[in-house]
Design a protein around this ligand. Sequence first.
Ligand code: NDP
Length: 335
Amino acid sequence: VIFKGYIERTPAETDMEIKVCKIKLEAPKGSGAFLVKNLYLSCDPYMRGRMRDVHDSYIPPFVPGQPFEGFGVSKVIDSDNPNFKPGELVSGITGWEEYSLIHRTEQLRKIQPDDDIPLSYHVGLLGMPGFTSYAGFFEVCTPKKGEYVFVSAASGAVGQLVGQLAKLHGCYVVGSAGSSQKIDLLKNKLGFDEAFNYKEEKDLDAALKRYFPQGIDIYFDNVGGEMLDAALLNMRIHGRVAVCGVVSQQDFSKPRGIYNWFTLITKRIRMQGFLQHDYLHLYPSFLEHVIGHYKQGKIVFIEDMNEGLESAPAAFVGLFYGKNVGKQVIRVAHE
Ligand code: NDP
């Protein structure tokens, strides 16, 4: 899946093209690289940021004419690196292609197969999005038992785990999402106390007042824009806003301002942006916490699995229109 060129507007399928070429299935001798067969690829909203010609961000832009890159689960096929052997499974950044030659290994994790955990969860529940939920909720939101928590894009990869972690922590949790199917999942499968479809609300401030008559202690913000503005009006004194993402603001040619800043002062709110990769030292405790709860049946995880690399452009673009129900993953090849 080749990246065609930089954009400021919301991504479209035409920003990518599928190219077919023949490669030798081997890692060149002396390269120190290894060849992987990609099994699962992750569609993540942050990848949209790499489609801008902006070089002062925390991650470099994609290179026009080169494949998309993202998190994946892959199997080593051939190796010129003594630390990675054929047959081993790895999770980390790979190309949006059937086979990739991996040179950089700093952020790769080896995966030990576990019959109780689907391999694809290593780009979801146990991968970057799951870790974002854990670091964002526990480190940035500093939650206390009994607090009132609001999560936007709540049925997505990050949101669904934030809500479940908050429930396990003894909080009252309300989520917002964009369809009745997602609301049903939030209330009946993911254990949220309440959920509402923001697309059906004419007045988001009024909706939040309805669900939080006593106010919000913690807002885990995945969307920015209008919802953030409405949440600011409903925060309690000493509330915390974790600014995780701005998925509603993907058209950089039409930025929307935030107006209700004054509540940061009147309510003494702490609003903090964060990047999961600043907390990577917590990864082992995250895995222990989440795997433990998952194996006890206290955490569930919803995936939206598309089949085949050809389906990747539409699945990625679908993130910005709410088409994914749960974590969006592409199965490139069967295990
Ligand atoms: P999701 O699985 O939640 O998919 C994106 C969802 O965003 C869509 O399904 C849609 O759900 C919602 N959405 C799309 N457009 C809008 C809109 N205009 N207004 C409101 N909601 C919209 O994605 P992730 O869970 O992977 O990511 C969630 C957020 O977390 C993103 O903003 C992402 O950038 C951020 N993130 C931040 C990280 C960090 O380190 N800070 C790391 C990882 C992710 P719906 O139907 O509900 O509208």
